[in-house]
Write a protein that binds this ligand. Structure first.
Ligand SMILES: Cc1ncc(COP(=O)(O)O)c(C=O)c1O
Length: 362
C-alpha cells in the first residue's frame, strides 16, 4: 500500500516520450526521430572534450566563465547576462521555477517545447494554450489569453514539430502588446538554422527589454545533444534571480569546454547549416511531389501531413520501420495525420525518400 503522496500536480503529469532509437531485429537503423545533427560536432569541440579527459577529477568552473565568454564573443552579448544549463530545457525549468507559483497563469503557444508546460503544471500554475492555426504561431491568439494573472508567455520560434517561425514584426508586435510585468520566453533551439530575412531570434529584445528571455541550445546545429548543454540570455536582474536556483555545477566541464570550442568554430557551423538546409529543401520537395502537405520548415526536421486517403502516418510508420528507418510519430495533441522526420546523412535521406515513395505508391 502506498502511503506517501506526491503533490497532485505531479501525479497528473504524463511522462515524456523520447524519440525511438532502436528497431527489434535491425542492427543499425536510420534514426530520424530526434532532430540530432547527423554530421556531429566540430572536430575542435571533440578535441576540447578529449582534453578534459585528463582532468576529470576537477570540479567544473561553477562560474561558467569560458563558455559565457565564448557565447558573448559570437553574439556581442554581455557575458554577465548569460547562464548555462544542462540543456536548454534545464534553463526553462529554472526560469519557470523562478517566476511561476500556484495560481499564476502561463500562456504557452500550442507547439512550444513541451517541457515548459510540464514545469508550469508542476509549479501549480494554470496553463493556457494559444492555438497555432495551420501550425503557425498566432500573436492574436496569445494576446486573447492574457489576464491579470498572466506571468509568462512562452513560444518556440522555430516551433516543433512544424518547424515554422514567428516573423520579426509579429514578435515585436507581441512584445509591444504584452503588459510589462509579463515575461516573454523565446525558445530558439533551432535558431542557428534559420536564414529567413524576417526572422528574429529575440536576442535584440532580450538585450534591451526588461521582460524578455531567450534560451538556446548546443544540441541541434552544434551536434552536442549527448553532452546536455544550453544557454540563456536576459535582463541582468532575471539572470541573477535564476542564478540563485541554479545548482553550482549544473553544466559539466567537458560539455562546457566542447560547447565553447563548437561556438567559436564559425566555419564548421556554416558548413552544417548549408548541408542541412540544402537536404531539408530537397526532402521537402520530394515529399510535396508525393502529394503530402509539407509545412515550410526552417529547421533540421520536416513535418508532413497525409491527405485524407488510405495513406496514413501510422501506415507510413510501419512501412518505414520495416525498412529500418525511425521517424517521429506526432503524439496526441499534435497536428493530426502528421509524421516528423529529421534531416540525416545523405544516404539516410535517400533511403527515407525511397521508402516513403514506395509507401505512397501502394
Ligand atoms: C523546440 C525545442 N526547444 C528546446 C529543446 C530542448 O533542447 P535541449 O534541452 O537539448 O537544449 C528542444 C529539443 O528537442 C526543442 O525541440
Amino acid at each position: 500500500m502506498l502511503l506517501v503522496k506526491a503533490r497532485p500536480e505531479i501525479e497528473e503529469l504524463a511522462p515524456y516520450v523520447q524519440g525511438q532509437s532502436s528497431i527489434d531485429g535491425i542492427e543499425n537503423p536510420i534514426k530520424l526521430s530526434s532532430n540530432e545533427s547527423p554530421l556531429g560536432p566540430s572536430p575542435k569541440a571533440i578535441e576540447a572534450y578529449s582534453h578534459k579527459a585528463t582532468n576529470l577529477f576537477r570540479y567544473p568552473d561553477g562560474g561558467q566563465s569560458e563558455l559565457r565568454g565564448a557565447i558573448a564573443d559570437v553574439y556581442g552579448l554581455d557575458p554577465a547576462r548569460i547562464i548555462c544549463g544542462n540543456g536548454s530545457e534545464e534553463l526553462m525549468q529554472i526560469m519557470i521555477r523562478t517566476f511561476l507559483g500556484a495560481g499564476d497563469e502561463a500562456i504557452i503557444s500550442e507547439y512550444c517545447f513541451g517541457i515548459c508546460k510540464l514545469h508550469a503544471f508542476a509549479q501549480g500554475a494554470v496553463v493556457r494554450t494559444a492555438k497555432e492555426p495551420d501550425c503557425m504561431m498566432s500573436v492574436d491568439n496569445i494576446l486573447a489569453e492574457v489576464t491579470e494573472k498572466t506571468k509568462l508567455v512562452a513560444i518556440s520560434t522555430p516551433n516543433n514539430p512544424p518547424g515554422t517561425y514567428m516573423s520579426k514584426s509579429e514578435l515585436h508586435r507581441l512584445h509591444a502588446a504584452l503588459p510589462k510585468h509579463v515575461l516573454l520566453l523565446v525558445d530558439g533551439a533551432y535558431a542557428e538554422y534559420v536564414t529567413a530575412s524576417d526572422y528574429d531570434c529575440g536576442l535584440g529584445l532580450a538585450k534591451d527589454a526588461s521582460n524578455v528571455i531567450v534560451t538556446r541550445t548546443f544540441s541541434k546545429l552544434y551536434g552536442l545533444a549527448g553532452l546536455r548543454i544550453g544557454w540563456s540570455y536576459g535582463p541582468a536582474y532575471i539572470i541573477e534571480l535564476m542564478q540563485r536556483l541554479r545548482t553550482p555545477f549544473n553544466a559539466n566541464a567537458a560539455a562546457m569546454a566542447a560547447a565553447a570550442a563548437a561556438i567559436a568554430d564559425r566555419e564548421y557551423a556554416d558548413k552544417i547549416r548549408d548541408y542541412n538546409n540544402s537536404w531539408r529543401d530537397k526532402m521537402m520537395t520530394a515529399l510535396s511531389g508525393l502529394g503530402l502537405h509539407v509545412y515550410p520548415s526552417v529547421t533540421n526536421f520536416i513535418l508532413m501531413r497525409f491527405p485524407e486517403s488510405h495513406h496514413s502516418p501510422e501506415g507510413a510508420w510501419t512501412h518505414l520501420i520495416a525498412d529500418g528507418i525511425i521517424p517521429r510519430p506526432v503524439n496526441s495533441g499534435g497536428p493530426e495525420r502528421c509524421l516528423r522526420v529529421s534531416v540525416g546523412l545523405a544516404e539516410e535521406n535517400e533511403a527515407f525518400i525511397r521508402s516513403i515513395t514506395s509507401y505512397m505508391r501502394t
